[in-house]
Design a protein around this ligand. Structure first.
Ligand code: FAD
Ligand code: NAG
Length: 500
């Protein structure tokens, strides 16, 4: 008894001491535990372009809270700049019945299909099968997508945009953001650069991010929707690493470093990194010739009837895929090395202009296009345009194989040097990166053994494999919507399992 008592007297202060020593970490771990359990119910989404907002919308519709981290001060990424539209087939807005979307995409993927063929088949059929429900969903959210155009490489009109003046990217992003922001389950943190993915041996635990030079940690499963690396023009950046041959081209993307290295550091695999899409037409601003960031000359300018000229001559079927049109332009002489630029005119008649009026008026306002006359072009343009006009307005076959002429209505006999045309100077620019992290058709990120990494999904331009060697215009907004929504659905299932 005495012994026990004295033991107690001796031990009590020791116990108190220990308690003091361990109280702080103990308290921290209790707090961490409670924080983990509450935040485990939330999904972290990285990037606020269409892929990220689609994932967030799906999660919130399923009653799960979302913390979205965005590195820029303003949300929207490259998605908000999209100007041609989003693909979908079949939809109620398309004329006729379109069953060729899968075939067109497969064909456009080109030589890339020789590797991972089964995986690509499943990604492409997911993309195309889910396209009509993606359009339906956006329309239900309140986005106008009632106008359909046919872009290069498509055998059918299937690229949707609105009838009003707002370009499709802005209209989609602003509509989704407005709805998300009004939901208490949605938390958006801007100016937050994700710098690291946190994981244990077996599962993704969250991310580390930097805001106002302060490091923060967020716990939960993660959906990466951080976009491509077409704006990563740093001297030691990703374009220089994967395609030094084209690193001197201008870009249509805002300057931003690529995010795939964050994912590979957590075990992700890369695919198709060398396939980089150069958009054949970005505007050369006559008042800012050497700016490396260019405004896109939307594909629909050609789709609605526009024609491309070098020294007054046509040189390619303007409705060909971006790859083929770009290759044809690169065969003309370059007139600048920094950045590498070419001297190509895009020319539209009055009716093509009217069909693309909201776009062209904006370009005219930006001084990237001008209303002029045929006499302002190279002298050969006069006869070139007469020949083009006769193919466009009669059944005369086009010399370069063009079969759709949009709204071009100008008749060859009405062409004089004084005929009004709309003109801009265009040059190819880096536009889209086909490659990225490998995913399966459930948007799960695959590790080096082709096994899905638990608690990690990716969607949108950050991923690779969906487009192979060449993306069809209108299909990247679509991949963001389709795989973003799938990632949201799968992350919701994952959370459900954790709750059980
Ligand atoms: C001018 C232009 C016009 C286009 N027109 C069309 C079109 O008409 N149709 C079409 O289908 N496609 C078009 N595209 C391509 C398409 O817009 C993009 O490929 C697509 O929007 C990519 O969507 P995303 O959600 O994957 O990425 P993004 O929209 O680029 O969004 C990614 C976001 O992630 C953020 N982010 C990146 N890294 C981090 C990080 N570490 N931490 C936090 N945030 C990060 C970025 O800041 C960005 O906001 C166009 C592209 C451009 C540039
Ligand atoms: C897409 O639809 C086709 C035709 O209905 C079907 O054969 C295919 O399995 C579908 N693919 C996916 C990934 O659902």
């Amino acid at each position: 008894m005495k012994l026990r008592k004295s033991l107690l007297i001796v031990c009590f202060p020791i116990f108190i001491g220990f308690a003091f020593m361990f109280w702080k970490p103990l308290r921290a771990s209790i707090r961490k535990y409670t924080m983990t359990t509450t935040t485990d119910k939330q999904v972290i989404v990285v990037g606020s372009g269409l892929a990220g907002l689609s994932a967030a919308s799906r999660l919130i519709a399923l009653g799960i809270s979302v913390h979205l981290l965005e590195r820029s001060a303003k949300p929207g990424g490259n998605s908000i700049k999209a100007s041609s539209g989003i693909n979908g087939a079949p939809t109620k807005y398309q004329p006729g019945t379109d069953t060729f979307f899968y075939e067109d995409t497969w064909k456009s993927a080109g030589s890339a299909i020789s590797t991972y063929s089964d995986e690509r088949r499943s990604l492409i059929s997911t993309l195309t099968n889910e396209s009509s429900s993606a359009i339906e969903w956006l329309v239900k959210e309140g986005v106008d997508l009632s106008v359909v155009a046919q872009l290069g490489g498509h055998s059918f009109p299937r690229t949707h945009r609105g009838a009003g003046n707002m370009p499709p990217g802005a209209s989609i992003i602003l509509t989704l953001l407005k709805k998300l922001n009004s939901n208490p389950l949605f938390h958006l943190t801007t100016s937050a650069v994700v710098t690291k993915i946190l994981r244990t041996e077996s599962v993704i635990k969250g991310v580390e991010y930097n805001q106002n030079s302060k490091m923060e940690i967020l716990n939960g499963p993660v959906i990466f929707a951080s976009g491509g690396f077409a704006g990563d023009t740093n001297a030691n950046g990703m374009l220089a690493k994967y395609r030094p041959d084209i690193a001197s081209f201008p870009s249509t993307n805002e300057h931003r470093e690529g995010s795939q290295p964050l994912l590979t550091a957590s075990g992700a695999q890369l695919i198709d990194m060398e396939y980089i899409q150069i958009h054949p037409t970005s505007f050369v601003d006559p008042n800012d010739l050497s700016n490396p960031v260019k405004f896109l000359a939307a594909e629909m300018l050609r789709g609605e009837g526009g024609v491309l000229l070098h020294d007054g001559e046509r040189f390619v079927n303007e409705m060909e895929t971006r790859k083929i049109v770009t290759e044809a332009i690169l065969l003309t002489p370059s007139n600048s090395d920094t950045p590498r630029q070419y001297d190509i005119q895009i020319v539209m008649d009055e009716s093509a202009y009217l069909a693309a009026k909201s776009h062209v008026d904006f370009y005219i306002f930006k001084k990237l296009m001008r209303k002029s006359t045929i006499s302002a072009l190279h002298p050969s343009a006069f006869s070139t345009l007469k020949i083009y006009a006769s193919s466009a307005t009669s059944s005369a076959p086009d010399l370069l194989g063009r079969t759709s002429f949009g709204h071009w209505k100008l008749l060859p006999e009405n062409i004089t040097p004084e005929t009004v045309v709309y003109i801009g100077t265009v040059t190819p620019a880096i536009h889209f990166t086909m490659g990225g992290v490998r995913i399966n058709s459930k948007s799960q990120v695959l590790d080096n053994n082709d096994i899905p990494i638990d608690g990690l999904w990716a969607a949108g331009e950050v991923t690779g494999g969906v487009h192979g060697a060449n993306r069809l215009g209108g299909s990247s907004l679509l991949e963001g919507a389709v795989f973003g929504r799938i990632a949201g659905r799968e992350a919701a299932k994952f959370i459900g399992k954790m709750r059980d």
